[in-house]
Design a protein. Structure first.
Length: 94
């Protein structure tokens, strides 16, 4: 994502990456990134937790204003207990 983001930025379009893999994001050095320490696959919050997802996205998008140095990563103030992640039951999935 970082490589693509840099190319888009070179065209004059601001970008922001949302990541849950800090070391990979640091290595790719996107122009702007927001990091959330959630398991891979849950970068934008817990499944079916709309309020949490909206809050996380709102906070992440503030990176357009907060991140002033290219390559900086803003760590979002959210934590996730693995107990809260559950797969939907077969009935819920239908």
């Amino acid at each position: 994502m970082g490589l693509i983001a840099r190319q888009i930025e070179a065209l004059g379009i601001a970008t922001l990456c949302l990541s849950s893999a800090y070391s990979i994001t640091r290595a790719a050095r996107p122009p702007r990134a927001s990091f959330v320490d959630f398991p891979l696959g849950h970068t934008s919050g817990r499944p079916h937790a709309l309020d949490e997802q909206v809050a996380m996205m709102t906070e992440a998008l503030k990176g357009f204003e907060d991140i002033t140095q290219s390559g900086d990563i803003k760590t979002l103030p959210y934590e996730l207990s693995l107990i809260h992640i559950s797969e939907p039951t077969r009935q819920e999935a239908i």
